[in-house]
Design a protein around this ligand. Structure first.
Ligand SMILES: [Cu+2]
Length: 475
């Protein structure tokens, strides 16, 4: 079988290369490790702690998993057993959420109601089903009230599931790069700045954008070859608008869902929590091409003008920034783009329709509301039956974008602002622009229990924009 290179961390900038077939834990560069499942099992320890970290050429006081920002890459196959131990060396409670995985929301699996107090260890254990979609997922804290602070401090790590999409021959032959996008707000000494109350309302952002905790990496693309680019927005609030300059790129997947065929795109908007899977074909003149981040206004400018504020300190990154540099290398055996990927299975027919209104206001001391209410751990907001399909209309009545994320089960986006979406795919997070609406079709499959849906601007989640859903076994 042809093997690809997997680029992870600041590999290209130091010249070392990591082969995807290598064994359990590898550190291609100091502080950048990868844990690959062996014989159907992935076992790893993650220690959450405040540590000094190298970050984009300087030292920064960050929150890290096992001394790394982002955390170690966990790589497994559909059907594997996963066992993780989370050691909490922070001064506050934390826990883990496995964003996008279709696993139980209960017991030791994706149970966001568990708490690791400072100094404690939590065991996580779950099985991925043999038909679990292959894709890029991620792990991060989900302890209500401190999610934004902990993720913005650096706590986030990528998780790859290898599945059916990875068996497509052209994708198998492609080189692969995982890019974790994070932003940070640091003072001159490298300490994290405490966000002003107003920035917590907007959702905290930082001037410093990093890719895998570093400066823009160079991504080698062999002439005539294929590079699979896998992007994760692990930022607390920042929405990225991305463009590969003067070079085509093709979308092959969104979140954990594959497209039916590669689709050439122009721009890519990536909200917090979202992922994109892309192929870049080395068919252009050998040169360097920039992956750039362009300004995106998620409604803050309007709000600042409305309140008489000058645009300072909110969405401060207004100039395009290079996030990675695609660099052509020597010619390789020609690999064409695949013509087909995986069939997209339809969710089935809905048995009911619900409406969720996202808005701002004050309710029991919380400001970000769903259907007029802020989060209450003692209240179940939505009860659904397993084995059914529902249509959800999500209406954003506020002048700020709110990316909506549902745990445990995926959905397809059928309409945006009432207009049908061509060729919907399975997703777990979708941005709802200010004053916009989205229609989803959700399939509630096999796992009973209580979990949550929420805004993925993590300050909004912490300040109330979250609801609880109970998935009940069919009678
Ligand atoms: Cu929000």
């Amino acid at each position: 079988m042809k093997r690809r290179q997997l680029l992870w961390g600041a590999i290209a900038t130091t010249g070392s290369v990591l082969l995807a077939r290598c064994a359990t834990v590898l550190s291609p560069t100091p502080g950048r490790s990868r844990v690959v499942s062996q014989a159907g099992e992935l076992v790893a320890d993650l220690t959450a702690a405040e540590t000094w970290q190298p970050l984009a050429g300087r030292q920064a006081r960050l929150l890290s998993y096992s001394g790394q920002v982002p955390g170690p890459l966990l790589e497994m196959n559909a059907g594997d057993r996963v066992q993780l131990r989370l050691h909490n060396r922070l001064t506050q409670p934390t826990n883990l959420h496995f964003h996008g995985l279709h696993i139980p929301p209960t017991d030791q699996a994706d149970n966001v109601f568990r708490v690791a107090a400072s100094g404690e260890t939590l065991n996580y254990a779950f099985d991925l089903s043999p038909d679990h979609p292959g894709g890029l997922f991620w792990y991060h804290p989900h302890h209500h009230g401190t999610v934004a602070e902990q993720v913005f401090g650096g706590l986030a790590g990528p998780l790859i599931v290898r599945g059916a999409i990875d068996q497509v021959p052209e994708i198998q032959a492609a080189d692969e790069a995982v890019l974790v996008l994070q932003d940070f707000d640091l003072d001159r000494r490298g300490n994290r700045r405490e966000p002003m109350p107003m920035f917590r309302r907007w959702g905290r952002e930082g001037d410093l954008i990093t890719v895998n905790g570093d400066r823009p990496p160079q991504l080698p693309l062999p002439q005539n070859g294929l590079l699979r680019l896998r992007l994760l927005n692990a930022s607390a609030s920042r929405i990225y608008r991305l463009r590969l300059q003067n070079h085509p790129w093709h979308l092959i997947g969104l979140d954990g869902g594959a497209l039916a065929a590669p689709t050439e795109i122009d721009e890519l908007i990536l909200a917090p929590g979202e992922r994109a899977d892309l192929l870049v074909a080395g068919q252009r003149d050998p040169a360097a091409y920039d992956l750039v981040s362009l300004p995106y206004d998620r409604g803050i400018a309007n709000m600042m003008h409305g309140m008489g504020h000058h645009p300072r300190g909110g969405d401060r990154n207004t100039a395009p920034q290079s996030l990675a540099i695609l660099t052509y290398t020597e010619t390789t055996t020609p690999t064409p783009l695949p013509t087909a990927l995986l069939p997209v299975v339809a969710p089935g027919e809905p048995i009911r329709r619900r409406e969720f209104v996202l808005d701002h206001g004050i309710n029991q001391g919380q400001f970000f509301l769903i259907n007029g209410r802020g989060f209450d751990h003692h209240r179940i907001d939505t009860r659904v039956q397993l084995g059914t399909v529902e249509d959800w209309h999500i209406l954003n009545k506020a002048g700020m974008d709110h990316p909506f994320h549902l745990h445990t089960n995926g959905f397809q986006v059928l309409r945006r602002d009432g207009q049908p979406v061509a060729d919907p795919v399975w997703k777990d997070t979708v941005n709802i622009p200010a004053y916009g609406s989205i229609d989803l079709r959700v399939a509630f499959a096999d796992f009973p229990g209580v979990t949550v849906y929420h805004c993925h601007i993590l300050d909004h989640e912490d300040q109330g924009m979250m609801g609880q859903i109970e998935m009940q076994p069919s009678a």
